[in-house]
Ligand binder design. Structure first.
Ligand SMILES: Nc1ncnc2c1ncn2[C@@H]1O[C@H](COP(=O)(O)OP(=O)(O)OP(=O)(O)O)[C@@H](O)[C@H]1O
Ligand SMILES: [Mg+2]
Length: 295
């Protein structure tokens, strides 16, 4: 029943290779092109492209309503796109529902974490995917796997037998991330993982994100926090009004430049003055900021 999934062969967790931008080869490469999604009269996404390589952290940023959650839900199989193509390791895929995403090696940690407070760490990690032997819960195997996953994250959880209610916010986020690794995914999507956390806990979670990258996973990080994004991302994709507004390498961009790309203000000013886009040649691409046509 737990036979995790058929496509996870690429996602061996064993490797400890890879630093920034140095794919370990154990994750999956995800690429989107031309993705669109409409909700009634609202065109939430238009012609979106995005790529995530194994061993890479790509941050997805944008103002409220920019389309981040919609895009994440499309990759997570919650919504079907109206247009465009999604490829995994170069092969076009259709992501039929959240279970379909899991089977393809795409795991998502949604913002609410969806943990059960009264259950312990092991029970939460295997919720709905319990391991059994001869029909009986295989607690030993699940506990061993729980420790393996937490070690993989270098996570600081005192015991896997304490209820979630007894953990700090950062530890809960850790458990939620560990749970996303249960099916050995190649891509992990984190939606605002530090939004509810204090300084020290945020640092812990950012360290986890780096650990995911080091083990060769491709990570998509949705965040409103520009310093978090600059601290862990390799690349940053900016969405505005449902379109790709800009794409940066984190090493090449400042908070001010990011904010300008998110709001579109600076792009408009520069376009009006006929100047080159911010980021200049260091920018990996700039997709037409809708100059002047928005309020
Ligand atoms: N289920 C839905 N039905 C109708 N409209 C929707 C739905 N989901 C999203 N939208 C609309 O699509 C657009 C993009 O929304 P989305 O939630 O993806 O933005 P976001 O970037 O995640 O914003 P936030 O930072 O506020 O979470 C918005 O205009 C939103 O109102
Ligand atoms: Mg959102």
């Amino acid at each position: 029943m737990t036979s995790p999934d058929l496509t996870k062969t690429q996602a061996s967790p064993a490797s400890d290779r890879a630093g920034r931008g140095d794919p370990a080869g154990s994750g999956l490469a995800l690429s989107l092109s031309g993705v669109g999604k409409r909700f009634g009269a609202v065109q939430a996404l238009s012609d979106i492209s995005m790529e995530v390589a194994a061993g890479e952290v790509v941050a997805l940023v944008g103002d409220n309503g920019a389309g981040k959650s919609t895009l994440v839900k499309i990759i997570a199989g919650v919504y079907q796109p109206d247009a465009g193509e999604i490829r995994l390791d170069g092969k076009p895929v259709s992501i039929a529902g959240p279970r379909g995403a899991q089977n393809l090696g795409i795991a998502t940690v949604f913002q609410d974490l969806a943990l059960c407070d009264n259950l312990d760490v092991v029970a939460n990690l295997f919720l709905g995917r319990e391991r059994r032997q001869l029909g009986v819960l295989d607690e030993v195997s699940m506990e061993q796997e729980a420790w393996r996953l937490l070690r993989r994250l270098s996570a600081k959880i005192p015991s896997v037998r304490i209820p979630i209610a007894a953990l700090s916010g950062g530890q809960r986020q850790t458990v939620a991330i560990a749970r996303s690794l249960v099916g050995d995914p190649g891509i992990v999507i984190l939606d605002e993982p530090t939004a509810a956390l204090g300084v020290a806990q945020t640092a812990e979670v950012l360290a986890l994100v780096r650990r995911l990258r080091e083990t060769g996973l491709g990570v998509i990080l949705v965040s409103h926090n520009m310093s978090d994004v600059l601290a862990v991302a390799d690349r940053i994709e900016v969405l505005r009004l449902g379109r790709n507004a800009a794409s940066f390498r984190a090493a090449d961009v400042s908070v001010e430049q990011l904010v300008a790309a998110i709001t579109g203000a600076s792009e408009r000013d520069r376009a009006e003055r006929g100047e080159a886009p911010i980021g200049g040649t260091q920018q990996t691409k700039t997709v037409d900021a809708p100059a002047g046509e928005t309020s």
